[in-house]
Design a protein around this ligand. Structure first.
Ligand SMILES: [Zn+2]
Length: 288
């Protein structure tokens, strides 16, 4: 499924999240936590910004941090604080109620590091963002310079952090369509919600032809496409479905693709009241 923010380092790099060199990034973060504070300017516009309290939500169970030291443009630097405040005070609670996941149990703090394209430390593809456990690295164009009626925010990489709690996933962006759409609605980005909803309706409408083309090229992706269609269809029928997805899916670290698919397919079947099973099997999923 395409995303309105249009980035995907996981896919561009051809490997799932968490499979890249862990030592490099974790090592960098340890250095950064000391180095960035020391380098922070007195006016507080560029250096690390921390949000742990919100105007309405009060004290957050997770502390959010952003490092914009790798951003040269002053106007973009000024967007770092609203980006972090929107993400921490609006998106984080929206996903918390949607997923029923207490993220502080895995990530007591989440750190964003924003980069200009020139300073981006990762290679490959049209990448824009990368999540590794409790850290997010983002290109400036896909993060603080993202525009909406409520200002910039992140609903994509933070969802990867939430999803790490679910265990092994059938595909890196399973549940992303309905979850990001519902998040846009909950945080008051009405226009963003409308765009995502229209895109989802169009994808559902054109599914069979897209499925036939893709299945002819790559039979292995049939079940993934069917899962995407199922979750979008259920969300369009009833937006409360996305809350049920997270409450009904079994969590497991079993790495086999068969187990990942079966866990999610059972969940779709429960949420659909038994309607999903035949559709999924007819569209390339193994019996479950
Ligand atoms: Zn992603």
């Amino acid at each position: 499924m395409r995303h309105a923010q249009g980035f995907d380092l996981h896919r561009a790099m051809g490997r799932p999240p968490g499979r890249r060199a862990r030592g490099g990034l974790l090592g960098c973060l340890i250095l950064a936590s000391a180095g960035c504070l020391a380098a922070a300017p007195a006016d507080g516009t560029v250096g690390e910004i921390i949000v742990s309290d919100c105007p309405t939500a009060g004290k957050l169970p997770v502390t959010f941090q952003i490092d914009c030291l790798h951003v040269a443009d002053v106007a973009a630097q000024r967007l770092c604080r609203p980006f972090l405040e929107n993400t921490a005070c609006k998106v984080f609670p929206a996903y918390r109620s949607m997923t029923a996941i207490n993220l502080e149990e895995t990530c007591p703090s989440i750190k964003y590091t924003i980069y200009d394209r020139q300073s981006w430390p990762h290679r490959g593809g049209e990448a824009g963002g990368l999540t590794l456990k409790c850290a997010v690295e983002y290109l400036v164009d896909y993060s603080v310079k993202m525009t909406s009626q409520i200002g910039p925010y992140d609903v994509h990489e933070l969802l990867h952090v939430y999803h790490s709690v679910l265990g092994a996933l059938p595909s890196p962006h399973v549940l992303f369509g309905p979850s990001m759409t519902e998040a846009a609605r909950k945080i008051g980005d009405v226009k963003g919600y409308d765009v995502r909803l229209a895109q989802m309706k169009e994808e559902v409408r054109t599914f069979e032809e897209r499925f036939a083309r893709a299945a002819a090229r790559s039979p292995a992706i049939k079940c993934r496409l069917a899962q995407g269609q199922m979750e979008a269809t259920l969300y369009l029928e009833n937006s409360q479905s996305v809350y049920a997805f997270y409450r009904k899916v079994a969590r497991s670290r079993n790495p086999s693709q068969a187990d990942r698919d079966a866990r999610f397919n059972r969940m779709y079947n429960i949420v659909s009241g038994g309607k999903a099973r035949q559709f999924l099997i007819d569209h390339g999923c193994a019996p479950f």
